[in-house]
Design a protein around this ligand. Structure first.
Ligand SMILES: Cc1ncc(COP(=O)(O)O)c(C=O)c1O
Length: 392
């Protein structure tokens, strides 16, 4: 069976959401199943079993299997342009699980979390659900306002008696696609150092650049290693069903994160998947897949942008991303994204309302990772029809 092409109708009840027939789905932040490496994964599972045998089926090392952590430490060192010891790398069951574990620690410590005004809504929800106080810091949709951050951090420290954490998506932001430049990263790292913040850097899309790689992660700007924890995920490049991610933290926090009763009892999360991914990294198949995927995503971004180019009325502003999954479409001031979402649904294209992510709500998020280029062109035509029916 060719797993990459053998695809009938999806079996119901297997996945979180199924595409609706006839609808162009630009709403959810998913990767098109046609871009998921099902056949490669079968090879990597076989390679892991061939190389490590029954060790793939034993409880995994609490911090994650060393062959994978060593390869990931090399990746982090390359991306952040600074050394990364493997004992500062931990595997996770994805970024959501890592955020949840951090939320438990922050709640126990009585620390608040600052977030960007516009941010990944479900990430923020994880903190809220664990009883962590979150504070959305005002700022432009395409940058962070460091002076506002400082004010909010000082206020939160005064209110709680502890320096807060900062949840930040510096690279190919969800939902805006924005990349923080090196200057801003340096300023945020300096602020963290000065005020004792913990920056929770969500790098879920950081490896998905289309052309030049993004600037180094926050770790690369000289702050004390305990001031930054960087979260990565295989969800966005191999598939969310793999349920595997990894993080880089300073030695103290890494020790605290791995000294978890659930890890002592069950070992590192998703050990079997971790061993298959280790095989992928060691045999070079992962890098080849990543290069291929970046090219596919670039083509999809271009298909959507080209279909919208010159067709959007005044006041609309598409923010072209240099990586990741999302195009952020700013609407004329005062026009709520929900109006366009409803009109778009009627026209047969789903988009996500900007307000879900915070900010002024005059925006929608378009995910171009889930559809083939011809579907994106159809979705863009339907969206433009919808745009003509709504007025500020
Ligand atoms: C910014 C961001 N962080 C984390 C996640 C979730 O990652 P994971 O699937 O690894 O839990 C997503 C998925 O949409 C995301 O966009």
């Amino acid at each position: 069976v060719d797993l990459d092409t053998a695809r009938g109708a999806p079996a119901p009840g297997v996945n979180q959401a199924d595409p609706r027939p006839g609808m162009v789905e630009l709403g959810p932040g998913y990767l098109d199943p046609a871009l998921l490496p099902a056949a490669l994964m079968r090879r990597w599972v076989g390679a892991a079993l061939g190389r490590w045998g029954a060790q793939t089926l034993c409880y995994g090392a609490d911090s994650g299997p060393m062959p994978l952590r060593a390869a990931l430490a090399d990746t982090a060192a390359r991306m952040d342009a600074m050394p990364c010891p493997a004992d500062q790398v931990l595997t996770t069951a994805g970024t959501s699980a890592a955020l949840d574990r951090l939320a438990v620690l922050l709640a126990a410590d009585g620390r608040a979390v600052l977030t960007e005004a516009v941010s990944y809504d479900l990430g923020r929800e994880i903190f809220v659900e664990r009883g962590v106080r979150t504070v959305a810091v005002p700022g432009p949709h395409d940058d962070v306002d460091v002076a506002e951050l400082r004010r909010a951090a000082v206020r939160a420290a005064r209110d709680t008696g502890r320096p807060p954490a900062l949840y930040l998506i510096p690279t190919f932001h969800n939902p805006t696609g924005r990349v923080l430049d090196a200057t801003r990263r340096r300023e945020v790292a300096a602020l963290a150092e000065q005020l004792g913040l913990l920056v929770i850097e969500d790098q879920a899309y950081a490896q998905l650049h289309y052309d030049t790689p993004p600037p180094p992660g926050l770790r690369g700007y000289g702050a004390d290693p305990e001031r930054v924890v960087s979260l990565y995920s295989f969800a966005k490049c191999l598939g969310p069903g793999v349920r595997l991610g990894w993080l880089v933290a300073g030695p103290v926090l890494a020790g605290r994160l791995s000294a978890d009763a659930a890890r002592r009892s069950g070992g590192g999360p998703n050990h079997f998947a971790a061993m298959a991914v280790a095989a992928a990294l060691l045999e070079g198949g992962f890098d080849r897949h990543l290069r291929w995927l970046r090219g596919r995503l670039r083509m999809r971004r271009d298909a959507l942008l080209d279909a919208l180019a010159g067709e959007l009325p005044g006041g609309y502003q598409a923010c072209p991303p240099a990586g990741g999954y999302f195009l952020w479409l700013r609407l004329p001031p005062g026009l709520p994204g929900e109006s366009l979402v409803r009109a778009a649904e009627r026209a047969g294209v789903a988009v996500a309302p900007g307000r879900r992510f915070g900010g002024d709500g005059a925006a929608v998020r378009l995910c171009f990772a889930a559809c083939a280029p011809e579907r994106l062109r159809l979705g863009a035509r339907r969206l433009l029809d919808a745009v003509r029916t709504v007025y500020p």
